[in-house]
Design a protein around this ligand. Structure first.
Ligand code: ATP
Ligand code: MG
Length: 478
């Protein structure tokens, strides 16, 4: 899980001075600049963030969110939030709600541009019929394993399914009956008719539709017995919404040829069609980001839920106390690259610390106490000491009062009976400063029968509040 095993001092590891300008320029911006220059999309910049509602958003998604919404913001464009909900098995309204909440919390606004691919099922069906009528799609009745076999390998051409030459009428009839629920899952699929010897395996007659007769879709119920595949639904959803720049992660590089093929072969209202561009996904060291694995952690009760503070989800990080500014800062620092790499978890912690430094009031507490008795401090005296909320270098006001009495508690680890060389905290016969208070000296150590330290008898120097003791050095503050 997400823990920083190396415990690096990431402040050193990160160039804190990265200028905003440098962090912001990237190859996608260069491309958009060129498109604006050539007036390719009539000056429009329309991006989208397309999550599948089958889990909560994680830190990786936040990179895509910052990129898509951030580009729209800085080019005066719009970014759509589109739920890519074409798989009835695993999707749920709880996830839709959580995703909306998290995108908003990160600081982004989709306005009225909220879409669901499942609202396009009717239009997508029409597009599929169009491809069949153009002899660019056919109903195949091989089973999954046979299809894989017939597809060949990178070294070997595929061979045509015996059903590839079905007549147009038969294809239309079968596809309609698939839709009506006359067949069982796996009986037939709809495939694009492209090229069985293409060096790109994605182009060897990819699947466009499959039967999922009995699954209930969380929005469409049992309206549909067939569901479009990602490659078919995604590009057409982009086109129907008038997306200009469709940004996705590098694994989809080989899908781009299919994306373009589908858009080139149906009648669209937009011209030119949207263009897919890939960027490197965010990988963080020691951090699991597969939704499948995160789902297991939740379902098998290894964590208390998707928002367990140990989860790398946006909701978990919110509970952990991270701010949206810190997460956006990480996205900016990581930048947009064309090659995959792993980002050190310390970089996220740097962004968080850097942000909290300016916003989080400092308060201290003792977790594992030892009692300290200040023997020269009057029995019934209570003194209010001022503890500022922020360190000196933070230009923020505010403090709280801490009562000082004859008895106080210090952290057990702040005392050593036999201090190692260089120990700067409390030890017998030595002085240390109580944070925001006086310099104290340890005069006597009291132990129980087992030899555990239970109390320290100390004296305080009343002349050291807010100033250094005269004539001697005190090395530490506790
Ligand atoms: P799955 O494992 O279910 O395919 P996914 O991570 O692709 O999950 P989606 O809901 O499809 O999840 O992702 C929504 C968007 O977020 C996609 O555009 C995807 O490219 C992007 N995304 C997902 N993970 C990362 C990541 N680690 N870095 C950057 N972008 C990401
Ligand atoms: Mg996905």
């Amino acid at each position: 899980m997400s823990e920083n095993k190396k415990n690096t001092n990431s402040v050193d590891a990160v160039d804190a001075n990265t200028t905003e300008e440098a962090a912001r320029s990237n190859f996608i911006r260069t491309m958009i600049d060129e498109d604006l220059e050539s007036n390719k999309y009539g000056g429009r910049v329309v991006t989208r963030f397309p999550p599948e509602p089958n889990g909560y958003l994680h830190i990786g998604h936040s990179k895509s969110i910052c990129l898509n919404f951030g580009l729209a913001e800085s080019y005066n464009g719009v970014c759509h939030l589109r739920f890519d909900d074409t798989n009835p098995a695993s999707e749920d309204m709880e996830y839709v709600e959580s995703i909306k909440r998290d995108v908003k919390w990160l600081g982004f606004d989709w306005g009225d541009k909220l879409f669901f691919a499942s609202d396009y099922f009717e239009r997508l069906y029409e597009f599929a019929v169009e491809l069949i009528k153009k002899d660019l799609a056919y109903v195949d009745s091989l089973n999954e394993e046979e299809i894989r076999e017939y597809r060949g390998t990178v070294k070997e051409d595929g061979k045509p399914s015996p059903y590839r030459t079905r007549s147009l009428e038969e294809n239309l009839d079968l596809f309609e009956r698939m839709k009506k629920g006359e067949f069982e899952d796996g009986d037939h699929v709809l495939r694009a008719k492209i090229d069985l010897s293409s060096p790109n395996m994605k182009m060897r007659d990819p699947l466009l539709y499959r039967i999922r007769k009995n699954d209930e879709h969380y929005r469409r119920g049992h309206d549909w017995c067939i569901y479009p595949m990602y490659d078919f639904a995604h590009c057409l959803s982009d086109a129907m919404e008038g997306i200009t720049h469709s940004l996705c992660t590098l694994e989809f590089e080989n899908n781009r040829e299919l994306y373009d093929w589908i858009l080139a072969n149906v009648e669209l209202e937009v011209n030119p069609p949207p263009e897919q561009t890939e960027f490197a996904r965010l990988k963080l060291s020691y951090t699991v980001m597969s939704k499948r694995k995160l789902l297991r952690l939740v379902k098998e009760n290894h964590v208390s839920g998707w928002d367990d503070p140990r989860m790398p989800t946006v909701a978990g990080m919110r509970r952990r106390g991270y701010s949206p500014e810190a997460i956006r800062d990480l996205a900016e620092r990581v930048g947009v690259a064309k090659a995959n790499s792993v980002v050190d978890f310390g970089m996220l912690e740097f962004s968080v610390r850097n942000d909290l430094n300016f916003t989080a009031p400092r308060v201290l507490c003792v977790m594992d106490p030892i009692k300290v008795v200040l023997e020269n401090y009057p029995e019934d005296k209570v003194e209010e000491l001022e503890a500022p909320y922020y360190p000196e270098e933070i230009p923020k006001e505010g403090s709280r009062m801490i009562p000082l009495t004859r008895e106080v508690y210090i952290e057990r680890s702040d005392f050593e009976e036999n201090p190692p060389k260089g120990f700067r905290r409390l030890s017998p016969g030595n002085e240390v400063r109580l944070r925001y208070g006086y310099v104290i000296k340890c005069d006597e150590v009291i132990k129980d029968d087992d030899g555990n330290v239970v109390e320290l008898r100390c004296s305080y120097d009343p002349d050291t509040l807010g100033k250094a003791p005269e004539g001697r050095k005190v090395k530490g503050a506790i």
